[in-house]
Design a protein around this ligand. Structure first.
Ligand SMILES: *[C@@H]1O[C@H](CO)[C@@H](O)[C@H](O)[C@H]1NC(C)=O
Ligand SMILES: *[C@@H]1O[C@H](CO)[C@@H](O)[C@H](O)[C@H]1NC(C)=O
Ligand SMILES: *[C@@H]1O[C@H](CO)[C@@H](O)[C@H](O)[C@H]1NC(C)=O
Ligand SMILES: *[C@@H]1O[C@H](CO)[C@@H](O)[C@H](O)[C@H]1NC(C)=O
Ligand SMILES: *[C@@H]1O[C@H](CO)[C@@H](O)[C@H](O)[C@H]1NC(C)=O
Ligand SMILES: *[C@@H]1O[C@H](CO)[C@@H](O)[C@H](O)[C@H]1NC(C)=O
Ligand SMILES: *[C@@H]1O[C@H](CO)[C@@H](O)[C@H](O)[C@H]1NC(C)=O
Ligand SMILES: *[C@@H]1O[C@H](CO)[C@@H](O)[C@H](O)[C@H]1NC(C)=O
Ligand SMILES: *[C@@H]1O[C@H](CO)[C@@H](O)[C@H](O)[C@H]1NC(C)=O
Ligand SMILES: *[C@@H]1O[C@H](CO)[C@@H](O)[C@H](O)[C@H]1NC(C)=O
Length: 319
């Protein structure tokens, strides 16, 4: 029994190494932040790092591990360029910023203590960011997550602003990154919507586009907490099917301040998927309500093998 387990693990490792190109050079948050001991829910996030002040604040904060910023085409107010729009760090409806993408990457590269997540808000912003990302990626030694909403999601949300195929094919050419690809959502206080889920169609479509575009980079799926809790089996299948394509898949569970979230169901979702598979990017008060204490990073297969070995041990002693 134990031999089968070892054989399975070795086989899986061989398969994953073969599938995941350039994986050795990818900086995984779990490796960059060894103190979390593989428990991805322990990773902490700063949002809207879209100005020099916010960047400095986040870099100076010992509690923050990952910096999330938004990329749009806009005016860089520190220079005199009046005409040309460049990739800047800003969240719509803002159109200008004192921090360009290039400066954001440069400052982070020189600092070197935090991971980065970039949320691309338009095709044009992503297209014009590509050369900048390619220039910086080899020197960035920290985790880099490239995020975009690429598919239409619940509940009857609008079409994504990002071209699915373009983003997938182009983002996977930027080496050493982790792709964060999600669905648009319409949920929460703004729309007075408290019910909804990612249905089979949403999930299957995602696996389909990842397959069609031959994605070999690690993938994380950003899912909105209040919606993801309603289909635990679907989330499991999503990760399982993606892992067979890319070799590595996780969820990034996010939530807005006033979203309705069933706390018990969210705790259950995280425990069932495993804290080694779930980044948790939710408001502090929601995080504090979760009960993850009995969360196990063991897969059910390993568990079954362990139980079987114990039974075997007990039986052999009885004889
Ligand atoms: C999968 O991702 C985890 C981090 O989430 C990393 O530690 C592990 O090495 C990755 N596996 C492969 C085969 O790259
Ligand atoms: C690995 O990355 C390098 C650049 O870092 C790239 O030139 C090469 O094509 C990549 N190999 C594969 C198999 O993706
Ligand atoms: C902006 O323009 C003014 C006057 O034309 C010039 O003195 C200043 O150095 C310029 N600043 C930058 C950052 O280029
Ligand atoms: C990173 O930036 C923060 C804030 O500016 C600073 O306190 C810290 O010393 C910097 N670390 C490094 C290694 O540059
Ligand atoms: C895409 O970006 C390149 C620069 O990398 C630029 O020359 C080109 O005009 C951009 N195309 C669009 C449609 O934005
Ligand atoms: C979503 O669209 C379907 C079909 O168009 C409609 O029946 C349903 O009421 C809509 N739901 C919401 C919450 O808008
Ligand atoms: C996405 O871009 C491709 C070409 O880059 C184009 O053929 C396709 O029509 C675009 N899709 C949408 C929905 O605009
Ligand atoms: C929100 O929806 C509920 C029923 O789903 C309704 O009773 C309530 O009046 C709505 N509130 C607003 C502000 O639209
Ligand atoms: C995952 O793959 C299984 C087996 O091919 C399939 O039945 C299931 O519908 C897939 N689920 C998703 C979300 O892709
Ligand atoms: C993972 O971290 C959470 C806090 O984010 C903690 O509650 C939980 O007990 C940890 N689980 C494991 C298996 O380490």
């Amino acid at each position: 029994m134990a031999n089968t387990t070892i054989l399975t693990i070795v086989l899986l490792a061989v398969i994953q190494t073969a599938m995941c190109n350039n994986c050795s050079s990818i900086c995984y948050p779990s490796e960059f932040f060894p103190n979390i001991q593989g428990n991805l829910t322990k990773i902490t996030w700063a949002h809207g790092v879209n100005s020099l002040t916010e960047l400095d604040k986040a870099l100076a904060s010992a509690d923050i591990m990952m910096l999330e910023g938004d990329v749009i085409m806009g005016k860089h107010i520190a220079t005199n360029a009046t005409t040309d729009k460049i990739p800047i760090m800003a969240h719509p409806p803002a159109t200008e910023s004192d921090l360009s993408l290039e400066e954001f990457l440069n400052i982070n590269m020189n600092n070197g203590s935090k991971g980065i997540k970039l949320d691309f808000k338009s095709n044009e912003a992503f297209n014009n960011s590509k050369p900048i990302l390619r220039k910086f990626q080899p020197s960035l030694k920290c985790p880099v997550i490239l995020n975009a909403d690429i598919l239409r999601g619940p509940v009857n949300a609008t079409n994504p602003l990002i071209n699915t195929t373009d983003f997938l094919t182009e983002a996977s050419k930027i080496p050493n990154s982790i792709l964060s690809i999600g669905w648009t959502t319409k949920y929460g206080k703004e729309y007075n919507i408290t019910e909804g889920r990612y249905n089979m169609k949403h999930l299957k479509k995602m696996v389909e586009v990842v397959t069609e575009n031959h994605i070999k980079l690690p993938v994380t799926y950003p899912v909105r907490a209040g919606l993801a809790t309603n289909d635990i089996d679907g989330m499991k299948a999503l990760l399982k099917n993606t892992t067979s394509i890319t070799g590595n898949a996780t969820l990034t569970i996010w939530s807005l301040k006033d979203d309705y979230v069933d706390v018990a169901k969210l705790s259950k979702l995280i425990k069932e998927l495993g804290t080694d598979k779930v980044y948790l990017d939710v408001p502090e008060d929601l995080r504090n309500q979760l009960n993850l204490s009995s969360a196990s990073t063991m897969t059910s297969a390993v568990m079954m093998n362990l139980i079987a070995s114990l039974v075997f041990l007990v039986l052999s002693r009885m004889l």
